[in-house]
Design a protein around this ligand. Structure first.
Ligand code: AMP
Ligand code: MN
Ligand code: MN
Ligand code: MN
Length: 284
């Protein structure tokens, strides 16, 4: 196993635990290098960094930026960012700005299929009111008995094409990569195995991403099937991208993986974390 986890969420976005508790959980499982990567917001990073220090765990400040590319939504993770960088902060504030109005449209869309009064309930799950999103609606739909689990509620109501889904315009790819780089970070394509487009489109995305200054791609991910690991390791190697690994942890019981440790990276690609582990104090 790898004692590295470079993708996880707290209640600053759509995770359930406060930043310090996510960090403590990763540390307790033996993690040596950890990144908190909340969606579109960096407000958990100072707390997470301080907590990592208390556990002697190496911390990488991160973020997961929501991007609209062609007709698709995708996620770009930024790692090693300076989370006080003004350009990054302004960009993320712009991405967050549309979420509240989107939530109103989602509630209206659900009401139109006979599911009323969702907005207040979803808001109760969103500890950061600027960051209300589909996971908060999902938890409230489950609470109200409309589905049994996250997988089911997305499939029935919240995935693209389903009654509670509303189109939304996120950041553009070049802007997201640009903000991450302006803040000194490395941009990484998150969970490529989750996107609904084919290989040719993925290769076109990688071309644009590299042209914008993107450098990495997730290979091992809690959002991937184990059969994806080998495929994206080969892709990283052939495309000259650095390989990343992250649990995509949101809450215990919701996803495939707990935070902190992950299956090994298949041989071949260069790990994105080498720069942060090489100068780390040797394990004693
Ligand atoms: P949003 O940014 O509001 O569109 O919400 C996206 C988030 O919803 C993702 O980061 C996941 O946390 C969650 N999500 C999306 N699709 C699924 C799915 N099929 N199953 C479970 N969670 C999902
Ligand atoms: Mn999420
Ligand atoms: Mn994601
Ligand atoms: Mn994520």
């Amino acid at each position: 196993m790898l004692a590295v986890d470079l993708h996880a969420h707290s209640n600053v976005s759509d995770g359930m635990l406060p930043p310090a508790e996510v960090v403590a959980r990763a540390a307790s499982r033996g993690c040596r290098l950890f990144a908190l990567t909340d969606h579109d917001d960096v407000r958990g990073l100072a707390e997470a960094e301080a907590e990592a220090g208390r556990h002697g765990m190496r911390f990488v400040p991160g973020v997961e930026v929501s991007v609209s590319w062609r007709k698709h939504t995708l996620h770009i993770v930024g790692l090693g960012i300076d989370y006080r960088n003004a350009e990054l902060l302004a960009g993320l504030a712009g991405v967050r700005a549309g979420r509240d109005e989107r939530a109103e449209r989602m509630a209206a869309a659900l009401a139109a299929v006979g599911i009323p009064d969702m907005l207040e309930g979803a808001r109760r799950y969103a500890d950061n009111p600027e960051m209300i999103g589909r996971a908060h609606f999902a938890r409230h739909l489950i609470e109200r008995g409309y589905a049994r689990d996250m997988k089911g509620v997305f499939r029935k109501y919240l995935a693209r094409g389903k009654p509670g889904y509303v189109p939304h315009e996120w950041a553009c790819l070049a802007d997201a990569v640009g903000w991450i780089r302006a803040a000194g970070g490395v941009a990484v394509i998150a969970h490529p195995g989750r996107y609904e487009f084919g290989r040719q489109t993925l290769l076109e995305l990688i071309e644009e991403f590299k042209a914008a200054g993107g450098e990495g791609i997730e290979v091992v991910s809690g959002s991937h099937q184990p059969s994806d690991f080998e495929r994206y390791a080969r892709l990283a190697e052939t495309q000259g991208l650095l390989a990343s690994a992250g649990s995509d942890y949101h809450a215990t019981g919701e996803g495939a993986r707990e935070p902190g440790i992950l299956p090994d990276l298949p041989p071949g690609p260069e790990p994105v974390w080498r720069r942060w582990l090489d100068d780390a104090a040797p394990a004693s």
